[in-house]
Design a protein around this ligand. Sequence first.
Ligand code: AP5
Length: 218
Amino acid sequence: CASSPMQVSIAGAPASGKGTQCASIVRDFGLVHVSVGDLLRAEVAAGTENGKQAKEYMDRGDLVPNEVVVGMVASRLSAEDCVENGWLLDGYPRSEDQATALASTGIEPELFLLLDVPEDILVERVTGRRLDPETGDIYHMKFKPPPSEEIAARLTTRSDDTEEACRHRYKVFTEQTEPVMRRYGDAVVRIDGDRAPDDVYEDIASTIKSYKESRVAA
Ligand code: AP5
């Protein structure tokens, strides 16, 4: 309903630009960014049981087992900030079982953004990606280089950002995640992600705005 906070999901192949676009969406629409990959990386970094279980799957590019992921996402989405402000769910659901588990908690994303990018472009994006551990900003050595020497010196890479793991993640995406999109029917909006980030975002922002207006009108 128009007065309830928006619940938006975003999906796309590895390095299709989900994290990059989520930063702009959060800035403009005030939704809480819930990235399942980020939640898992935080568990790995903290050395929790979940993190220990997740790491080998992540490094290979396989989906982490549902025993770890499903409860983690459900509890994050029921936290006060998500309930009050609405959420932007990044990287979930990625399989039929996860979609079913999400529905069983009474949640169906109202709007599902799907970023389309060809496989060979993804490999170049993955291998050039760098992350700023202090700000969480995402860079690319060719497409979005760090703005200063100081920032460049502290950038890190992800352990799954190899060509091999990227190609495997892409296979997992086409086999397990893309089919799930059919379940969400008209809620899915495909966005051409093979353009400059600002052009991609222009489409995303106008899609979310139109969706917001349609809720008010309904
Ligand atoms: P996750 O962290 O979600 O990784 P992913 O889906 O592979 O996506 P990425 O984070 O690699 O890329 P992105 O689309 O956010 O792209 P970005 O904006 O950084 O998941 C990692 C792992 O966690 C999974 O493999 C799995 O093991 C586990 N996991 C996660 N969710 C799970 C689930 N539901 N169930 C089970 N396991 C799960 O951009 C990439 C690069 O390209 C950057 O360098 C950026 O600067 C650059 N770039 C971005 N946009 C553009 C553009 N338009 N033009 C040029 N360059 C661009």
